[in-house]
Design a protein around this ligand. Structure first.
Ligand SMILES: [Fe+2]
Ligand SMILES: [Fe+2]
Length: 182
């Protein structure tokens, strides 16, 4: 089983937090989803009850997560990093206010939490039956680690990075239009 990345602690800046999210959670999520998909091809997995539902639920999660992380890496995160580095000059963007992409990312997080809840239910909280093949134990352990990592990953984005980025954008807007904030 792969070891989950080291936990993020006390990032000083949003740029540093973004680097850590990409280097730890995004890298781990991509490599684990690919590894787990391969493990699910094992014939012993087909002996599991609900195996097709589990495979479909995992596949749907993977299909959502890959473009989600790419949108963060190529659109949202570079904008936040540039804004933090030079708050005086607004970076170019295709979305206007940061509130729009952040709302979209949060909606996607909510959908992924729903998929994780389905996966937990289908796998009895990732607890295989004693008689299951050892490979099933490995798959469930990998799914449990992926789940725990995603919860932590979304926490850093939803509760730390996104609020900080919105606060910065709001402070910049207030500086430009002090009358509107009065
Ligand atoms: Fe992310
Ligand atoms: Fe995200």
């Amino acid at each position: 089983m792969k070891i989950r990345p080291q936990r993020i602690t006390d990032p000083a800046t949003m740029g540093e937090l973004i680097d850590l999210i990409e280097e730890t959670h995004h890298t781990f999520t991509r490599s684990e989803m690919s590894r787990i998909a391969g493990m699910m091809e094992d014939p012993s997995f087909a002996e599991l009850s609900h195996f097709e539902d589990i495979r479909q639920c995992f596949g749907a999660l993977r299909a959502d997560l890959e473009p989600h992380m790419s949108k963060e890496e190529f659109i949202l995160f570079p904008y936040i990093t540039a804004l933090e580095a030079d708050p005086a000059s607004q970076p170019d963007s295709c979305f206007g206010s940061l509130a729009h992409p952040i709302r979209a990312m949060r909606f996607e997080h909510i959908a992924m939490v729903g998929m994780l809840e389905n996966l937990r239910e289908l796998t009895a909280q990732y607890r295989p039956a004693a008689e299951n093949d050892p490979q099933i134990f490995l798959i469930f352990a990998a799914l449990a680690a992926l789940d725990a990592d995603l919860v932590e990953h979304m926490h850093w984005e939803d509760h730390v990075l996104f609020p900080r980025a919105l606060q910065l954008e709001s402070r910049i807007a207030n500086r430009k239009n002090p009358d509107e904030s009065a």
